[in-house]
Design a binder for this molecule. Structure first.
Ligand SMILES: [Zn+2]
Length: 339
């Protein structure tokens, strides 16, 4: 038995040398010290020993067990240290490497221009008002002096939900809501999406954006309209910006005008962008038609007002020199990131 124990002692030492990881170490522990391990199976035979031999063999057995346990603990500590050292080596952080900068988002150019325009009007005492995009025929056409048989409906063909409900073709519908709900003086700006059944090309889209302006008060004249437009355009495009009014016709204003601004590309000399005109068409404007005021319960003999609606896409394209409307909707970050 003494020999068997010493053999185990030597074998354990040799086996321990070969161990390189925690898994092997655990297998070693079970093999030598476990309940069904080699040492235990030898010790089970101690019952057959004589009373003199038993303490001697017991002593040896304890020494062998203690030795193996001590070496096992030492090996475990050594493995742990090695693992820690390896992790330190492998997971070392190189603080000299360049960092990964997060990509910052920014406002869409149309949003930037819209906020700029809103700020200009808020500074002049206007309220920002939003209206529904799904609208009754009455608010989009009828109340704005465009009855069912009016030819202006052809140029504003939109998407109908029922015969009577449609997607608004212009933000002018908000004028009617505001005049129904408020008493003059009224000074509002209403930005929003509008819809027309147009095919997509460089200057058309079935969804686009308008910004509507409405002022109603006592004694409002064409001079107020021109002064307001001149101020806004100079703020938006710079002090050298000039506007020009041409007579026009809209059913909901009388008199009406098309408003052009001095071509920012050629400064009025004439170029391809302004088609040699020196001016670029920007928006439609006019004095609110007396019938529209009356439709909304405002006495046209007491009050007058002006209104204009400008296309956000057109203003944005002009401001940044963008020549194709589709670029604003395609959400290509390489394009949008420039502004
Ligand atoms: Zn020009």
């Amino acid at each position: 038995m003494k020999q068997a124990l010493e053999k185990i002692e030597l074998l354990a030492k040799a086996e321990l040398e070969k161990i390189t990881d925690a898994e092997q170490l655990e297998a070693f522990r079970i093999r030598f010290l476990g309940k069904k391990g080699e040492l235990t199976s030898v010790l089970k035979q101690m019952a057959g020993l004589s009373a003199e031999e038993r303490p001697i063999v017991g002593q040896i057995a304890n020494r062998v067990r203690g030795g193996i346990e001590a070496e096992l603990a030492e090996k475990a500590a050594q493995l742990k240290a090695e693992t820690a050292a390896r992790r330190l080596r492998e997971e070392r952080l190189d603080v000299t490497l360049p960092g990964k900068a997060p990509r910052l988002g920014k406002a869409h150019p149309m949003d930037s221009v819209m906020h700029e325009i809103e700020d200009i009007f808020i500074g002049m005492g206007f309220d920002i008002v939003e209206g529904p995009e799904v609208e009754y025929d009455y608010y989009n056409f009828e109340a704005l002096n465009i009855p069912a048989d009016h030819p202006a409906r052809d140029t504003q063909d939109t998407f109908f939900i029922t015969d009577n409900i449609l997607l608004r073709s212009q933000t002018s519908s908000v004028q009617v809501h505001v005049m129904e709900d408020r008493k003059p003086p009224i000074r509002i700006l209403s930005p929003g999406r509008v819809y027309r059944s147009d095919a997509i090309d460089a200057t058309h889209s079935p969804i686009f954006h308008q910004i509507e302006c409405l002022v109603v008060d006592k004694g409002i004249t064409m001079a107020n309209l021109v002064g307001t437009l001149d101020t806004v355009m100079k703020r938006l495009y710079g002090e050298e910006c000039k506007i020009r009014l041409r007579p026009h016709h809209f059913p909901f204003t009388e008199p009406s005008a098309e408003v052009d601004i001095l071509c920012f590309n050629c400064g009025g000399k004439g170029c391809a962008m302004c088609k040699g005109e020196g001016y670029v068409e920007l928006l439609g404007a006019g004095m609110v038609h007396p019938k529209v005021l009356a439709n909304c319960g405002i006495d046209p003999n007491e009050y007058s007002g002006f209104a204009f609606g400008l296309g956000l896409e057109r203003v944005t394209m002009g401001k940044y020199g963008i020549n194709d409307l589709r670029l604003l909707y395609e959400n290509d970050l390489r394009f949008l990131g420039q502004f």
